[in-house]
Design a protein around this ligand. Structure first.
Ligand SMILES: CC(C)(COP(=O)(O)OP(=O)(O)OC[C@H]1O[C@@H](n2cnc3c(N)ncnc32)[C@H](O)[C@@H]1OP(=O)(O)O)[C@@H](O)C(=O)NCCC(=O)NCCS
Length: 168
């Protein structure tokens, strides 16, 4: 986790979208469109978009991002990616922890997400934070067609994780 030293987390700005789209397109077989990101900006009561910023860069430089919804006491993680050259430095972990902390402060008590069954890096990341696989959604993804695992962070684990963050 210490490898991501100096990374800061901020809310995404529309001006970040060129960099975000480049990461998105190199990270997913079915990337989100720019319009999909823009639609998230239009729902500020529900949608939150965070970015991880490279420290000491001469211009604002995005290393990763996280998109989630806060609805009725639940946090739904919709999108997460780290730039290919910046992986395994703890950046996604920092983003998810920042999101969980924010979500908890906004009264979310349970968090969940869908992830491709073959996506070991993401499944390991979420497991390491206390998420557990709670269901399989058949043929959830296209291109390639694949099942999703529904991973959930239940209330007790969510509370303990946020409490441990406050101790640091
Ligand atoms: C999944 C992804 C977001 C992880 O980003 P990252 O910044 O490299 O992740 P972190 O460095 O924070 O890793 C945290 C932990 O996740 C796990 N992990 C991450 N990448 C891993 C990999 N390639 N193999 C095994 N475990 C991995 C490890 O437990 C890691 O902790 P460690 O480095 O101390 O062992 C990144 O690989 C990515 O952008 N993938 C493409 C997009 C994607 O799949 N998004 C998730 C959709 S649900």
């Amino acid at each position: 986790m210490g490898k991501a030293t100096g990374i800061t987390i901020d809310f995404m700005k529309k001006e970040d979208l060129d960099q975000v789209m480049a990461i998105e397109q190199s990270s997913f077989s079915m990337p989100w469109s720019r319009n999909l990101f823009l639609s998230e900006f239009r729902s500020p009561s529900v949608s939150r978009l965070l970015v991880a910023l490279v420290p000491d860069a001469p211009v604002r430089t995005i290393a990763g991002y996280l998109v989630f919804w806060l609805v009725a006491g639940e946090m739904h993680i919709l999108n997460l990616a780290t730039a290919t050259g910046s992986r395994r430095l703890g950046i996604a972990r920092r983003l998810v922890l920042a999101g969980l902390r924010h979500g908890y402060a906004k009264d979310a008590r349970r968090a969940f997400l869908e992830v491709r069954v073959s996506n070991d890096p993401a499944r390991k990341l979420y497991s390491s934070l206390g998420f557990t696989g709670t269901a399989v959604r058949r043929d959830y993804y296209d291109d390639p067609l694949e099942d999703a695992v529904l991973m959930t962070l239940e209330e007790g684990a969510f509370k303990s994780l946020v409490a441990s963050l406050q101790e640091h």
